[in-house]
Design a protein around this ligand. Structure first.
Ligand code: GDP
Ligand code: MG
Length: 820
């Protein structure tokens, strides 16, 4: 051992291989790195540096992982030549036990309902399997963090009702991230009847690390050897029978993408439930004489409490205590009246183990687990390092290239927005024609009066003005789904980390932030993939500036009305401004509230995958349904309320006067048109909404908005699309055009103050765009913020964003007016 020349992983040249010797650094970081496979004796290859030199991509086991330079400096490596078998961590075999002795069975086998929890690494195909088994449509994606909470689906198999639970993906079950805690608590507290451990067969070694922890927890299990097609394509061979014998539970090859093998998995689940499964035996991983001896010493102290062992197997508790797991310590302290002797024994044992090994105990146990996996795979897996694997990463030669990576990213984003606008225009036109057709239809069959007014000016103008944007939103989500499903999102994080890190964010924040373009609610939820709570807060505060798709209709309306020449470019500019303020916010928080915050950037780069139509369509379908639901509920309601506020009070002496005049002139004459126009504006002004608008108008006056716009902004708090509906209702009455949205466009272009000046000029329009872009997120997003952080932070976000919006619009409007 002494002869080995140790150096840092950071100093290894690009393209070279070396062997991991040890991982230094703090608990959380070390844990994260080790669960990704950086354990003693493992071969690691330096693939490349990111475009800005940082982070660095490595290949470890069968996966690609990126680390920041500062992190690579914590890993000690030795040359490949000096590789010798480290006997301490050699495969020690397993200790098998009679299945009945300590195995957990919470339900009796006559129960006709089986609850099965899906547990596995991110990206191993859990959700695909879930969708196929349950016939439900959950969104799958080729990057971690798509599933942030659990989903349950129910179906029937061989006379049993099976509740399948899709849990978030984790690399291990410890206490270092919300997902891990979630999964852990689900298993120990909800007691699913069985665990379906989904593993990526193309990367068995890393995936089985989680399996070893499940084995420690002593739960009944079936393993789905998913992505079996990938293994087969490389020409590798896996001896499944032998693997089953070693780990003691059934293993079934599956291809979750097509659904192959799932019935087989379910058969095993039923068999185990009926206690007919012959394969099932309970095994322990042998952690070596030193640790096993200490486990035996602690066991009698814990075993005195049998009722606790029902929920938590001894071995699991003891191992966690030895690892120094805070949650388990708390639990044992609470559950055992005589905690002191246990604590003392654990202390002694830890010291004894530390004498044998030169590493901390958590690392020793992790190494032993990987020792077990290596041993098991040595006996069962004949892995061919195929062309396949290289092919799956081939696109990275361009997409994460030193010079080309960044331009490609910008190009993708630009294309995305161009397509959203240009392609979206066609179906948008069709919907518009349909809406105005319905409008005319209603007008022709219904007698004039309040009801017709409500339907045409309230419901159709409100909902219709928003529904036309459905195609644009679908196209945007189509692109986001493609970026997610191909695996490009993780590359974006890889490319962007240096920049993101500079502004106080994590490369992984890029993914939630990019989702923020879709909708802030899932984006805020997606911050759960960030392990550090401070990073989460910073990201959540920045997300509202990532212009969500609900704001898009407002831009589309104003851009096509006042900047029709350069629509794509304008849209791009708007989004860039949003990004700029997101960055500024992150920087400010980083410099003030969250000084000295740094988080590890350990991240997996999944192989590129061609997305299935099914998955992309599910994603789009989801969004369409969400959008339509919003349309049918919030927006419909808001439109009706708004219409009513605008319609009542409907009588005043001033109006009677105008009505009398109208009665005297010919319908169709110029005077008639003028008078009706005057009538509707007087009506609006005298209505409740007019009072509200005029009350708040002074606040918005310096930004260039009239009271109608002020009201529209206010209504946007419920949902941003409503801004367009409100403008539709408030300005619509003044316009005369065929198409529904054209009508609004011309109305906005023509609407005048009483002195004859235009209400909207390009300057006012852009001031409004800025305000809508930056102002407070909608109620749904604020609720999500409060749920994911604290009510205080949510309140801060509302005040802060609104203030920023006001200042920016004010500055723009005033300066633009000075210049012109
Ligand atoms: P989860 O993160 O575990 O829920 O994984 P997903 O179900 O979201 O799947 C991740 C990616 O792997 C998606 O792109 C799937 O289409 C793909 N995938 C899932 N199962 C298989 C499989 O058996 N074979 C192959 N080749 N790809 C799969
Ligand atoms: Mg999933």
């Amino acid at each position: 051992m002494e002869s080995k020349e140790k150096k840092l992983l950071l100093d290894v040249e690009q393209g070279k291989e070396c062997i991991v010797y040890s991982v230094k650094g703090q608990g959380g970081f070390r844990h994260r790195v080790m669960e990704m496979g950086f354990v003693r004796g493992e071969r690691v290859k330096v693939i490349k540096n990111a475009p800005f030199h940082d982070p660095i991509e490595f290949k470890i086991m069968q996966s690609h992982v990126s680390l920041r330079r500062t992190e690579a400096a914590h890993i000690e490596v030795v040359d490949v030549e000096s590789l010798t078998d480290d006997e301490k961590y050699a495969f020690q075999g397993t200790i098998s036990e009679d299945a009945s002795s300590n195995s957990k069975s919470y339900t009796d086998s006559l129960d006709k309902t089986i609850t099965v929890a899906l547990v596995g690494n991110p990206n191993c195909g859990k959700t695909s399997l879930f969708n196929h088994a349950t016939g439900l449509h959950e969104h799958v994606g080729n990057y971690s963090g798509v599933t942030v909470s659990s989903k349950t689906g129910t179906f029937y198999h061989k006379g049993y009702t099976i509740n399948l639970v899709d849990l978030p993906g984790t690399y291990s079950i410890t206490e270092y991230s919300p997902e891990e805690l979630y999964v852990r608590e689900y298993i120990t507290e909800q007691h699913p009847d069985m665990i379906l451990n989904v593993v990526d067969t193309g990367n068995l070694a890393r995936n089985m690390f989680l399996t070893t922890q499940l084995i420690d927890m002593n739960v009944r299990m079936v393993m789905a050897l998913n992505m079996y097609d990938v293994l087969e394509r490389t020409g590798s061979k896996l001896d499944i029978d032998q693997l089953e014998k070693i780990i003691g539970f059934p293993c079934v090859p599956t291809i979750a993408k097509t659904g192959e093998g799932i019935t087989h998995v379910l058969d095993h689940i039923v068999n185990i439930h009926e206690e007919k499964e012959t394969l099932l035996k309970h095994i322990h991983i042998n952690y070596g004489t030193s640790i096993e001896k200490e486990i035996e010493k602690i066991k009698p102290l814990i075993a005195s409490h049998n009722e606790i062992a029902v929920d938590y197997p001894f071995r699991y508790i003891i191992l966690k205590l030895l690892e120094g797991d805070k949650h388990t310590e708390e639990f044992v302290k609470k559950s055992f009246p005589d905690y002191e002797p246990i604590r003392k024994q654990v202390e002694e044992s830890r010291e004894a183990i530390a004498m044998t090994y030169d590493e901390d105990i958590a690392s020793v146990i992790t190494n032993a687990k990987y020792g077990f996996i290596r041993g098991a795979l040595n006996e069962t897996l004949e892995w061919k390092e195929g062309v396949q694997n290289d092919l799956e990463y081939k696109a990275d030669r361009i997409l994460t290239h030193k010079w080309l990576g960044f331009p490609f990213l910008l190009l993708f984003l630009f294309l995305m927005f161009e397509a959203t606008f240009q392609l979206g225009a066609y179906p948008q036109g069709w919907i518009e024609s349909l809406v105005s057709l319905i409008c005319d239809g209603v007008k022709s069959v219904m007698p004039e009066g309040m009801l017709a007014d409500l339907i045409v000016d309230g419901i159709i103008a409100g909902v219709g003005g928003v529904i036309v944007f459905l195609p644009n939103i679908l196209i945007l989500f189509f692109f986001i789904a493609i970026l997610e499903d191909t695996g490009y999102m993780a590359r974006a994080a890889f490319i962007m980390d240096r920049v993101m890190h500079k502004v106080g964010l994590h490369g992984k924040s890029f993914i939630p932030m990019l989702s923020g373009f879709g909708c802030a609610v899932p984006a805020i939820m997606a911050t759960r993939t960030l392990e550090n709570p401070k990073d989460r807060i910073i990201t959540m505060m920045a997300i509202p500036f990532m212009s969500c798709s609900a704001r898009l209709p407002v831009y589309l309306l104003l851009v096509s009305a006042f900047f029709s020449e350069k629509q794509g470019l304008m849209l791009f500019l708007i989004y860039l401004i949003g990004i700029f303020f997101a960055i500024l916010t992150a920087l400010l928080l980083k410099k003030t509230k969250f000084k000295n915050n740094s988080e590890e950037f350990v991240m997996e780069l999944p192989p590129y995958r061609i997305p299935t139509w099914r998955s992309v369509l599910i994603h789009m379908w989801d969004k369409a349904v969400q959008y339509l639901k919003k349309m049918g509920t919030v927006i419909l309601l808001a439109s009706i309320i708004l219409w009513a506020l605008n319609y009542f009070p409907s009588a005043s002496p001033e109006l009677d006067e105008i009505d009398a005049k109208i009665a005297q002139v010919d319908e169709g004459s110029d005077e008639y048109a003028e008078l009706t126009l005057l009538r509707s504006s007087v009506q609006s002004e005298n209505s409740y909404i007019g009072s509200i608008g005029k009350f708040i108008a002074p606040v918005f006056k310096p930004l260039g908005f009239d009271w109608k716009t002020s009201v529209s902004i206010l209504t946007g708090l419920a949902a941003k699309e409503i801004v367009v509906s409100s403008m539709g209702i408030l300005y619509q009455a003044d316009g005369e055009a065929d198409e529904e949205s054209e009508k609004l466009v011309t109305a906005l272009q023509n609407v005048q103050y009483q002195d004859g000046t235009h209400v909207f000029t390009p300057v006012v329009a852009f001031s409004l765009i800025l305000f809508i872009l930056l102002c407070s997120p909608c109620i749904a997003a604020v609720t999500a913020l409060a749920k994911e952080s604290t009510a205080k932070w949510a309140a801060f976000a509302v005040c802060y964003t609104t203030l920023v919006a006001w200042i920016v619009s004010f500055a723009f409007y005033q300066i633009a007016n000075l210049i012109s």
